[in-house]
Write a protein that binds this ligand. Structure first.
Ligand code: FRU
Length: 327
């Protein structure tokens, strides 16, 4: 059983404006609602993972001790100073996720990274404009944070998931982990096509999560065709996952010729008249579902069951606002 999952990435504070149509440049358009919530791929993934991991753990509110469960969840992100309102907001949004020993706090900054999101309820698009004032994590900061977390938690095995912000840095982080903490497995996300060098990082990962946008940029118009081409350039035993928007997701477990396995999960759109309300973080939710399935049900769920679980939870997410109550 994996004892620790560390998610490495950024945290954003999302301001979401819901509109009935996408604005035309330079016009004034009224939104029908505005919400502010904590976002960021890794943080979104951890929020869902925490629900899944702690689902059956009783929260004894008379006890001063926080409930515990395995795997323990950690966020490794760059945050503003510890006393800032934004850090309090972020902490409060990530119940049962550990931040203190793994996050890097930039004392000179009070503001976290921010996204302004136009959410068009007619076609479910979410257009994100973001700004990150915080200098990105360097490889030396990662080495120190990973070593500190390792020292404090005494963990010798577990899982590191990288959102993959600065590919050159992530590459060094993964190489460092392979040599210093060989008991840890590694997953990476290839989401934004402009971060082409994430393909080099994917080469070292046990699990790779590709987005539809990434696959399409490689000239592929189906997840199966795409994953076939990804057989080259990934580890011999890697698990490759590709989400395809509302058309489901496909996974390929590589191995020798007769071991190779595929999993295909179809569209999650239910046929009961529900409307998609919030696609922000659907991919992050899929990753949470897969990480949970891989680490907590490694042996008792088949590959297809793991995929269907992740696909279903991502599907459930888009029919509700935010991430609460998904477990
Ligand atoms: C969704 C998301 C948002 C955030 C943006 C950052 O996947 O993580 O919560 O604002 O993407 O790129």
């Amino acid at each position: 059983m994996v004892k620790h999952i560390v998610c490495v990435g950024a945290v954003y504070i999302d301001t979401i404006l819901t509109v009935l149509r996408f604005p035309v440049e330079d016009e004034k358009l009224r939104a029908t609602s505005q919400r502010r919530r904590r976002g960021g791929n890794c943080a979104n993934t951890l929020e869902v993972l925490a629900q899944l991991v702690f689902h059956n753990v009783s929260d004894d509110s008379d006890s001063s001790e926080a409930p515990t469960a395995d795997p323990q969840l950690h966020l490794l992100a760059i945050l503003p100073n510890k006393e800032s309102q934004d850090v309090t907001f972020i902490r409060n949004s990530l119940k049962n996720v550990k931040l203190t020993n793994s996050c890097i706090f930039r004392t000179d900054f009070n503001d976290a990274a921010a996204s302004y999101i136009i959410q068009n309820i007619i076609n479910s698009s979410r257009t994100i404009v973001s700004h990150n004032p915080l200098p990105e994590m360097t490889q030396d900061e990662f080495f120190a944070a990973a070593t500190e977390a390792y020292r404090v938690e005494g963990a010798t095995e577990g899982w590191y998931h990288f959102e993959g912000r600065v590919p050159q840095v992530v590459l060094h982080c993964v190489e460092y982990l392979r040599s210093s903490q060989p008991g840890f497995k590694v997953s990476v996300e290839c989401e934004k096509p402009e971060r082409t060098e994430m393909a080099l990082v994917a080469y070292h990962a046990d699990v790779v999560f590709y987005s539809k946008q990434w696959a399409e940029t490689q000239g592929c118009n189906s997840p199966v065709a795409f994953l076939k081409t990804m057989k080259a350039g990934t580890r011999h035993d890697a698990l490759l996952c590709c989400t395809w928007g509302d058309e489901g997701a496909t996974v390929l477990q590589k191995g020798s010729e007769d071991y190779e396995q595929w999993g295909v999960a179809q569209s999650w759109a239910p046929n009961n008249g529900l409307h998609v309300v919030d696609t922000i973080g659907a991919g992050d939710t899929f990753i949470a579902g897969m990480l949970y399935a891989i680490t907590c049900h490694e042996d008792d769920w088949t590959l297809q069951q793991k995929l269907e679980f992740a696909n279903e939870i991502a599907g459930r997410k888009v029919y509700q606002d935010g991430f609460a109550g998904l477990a």
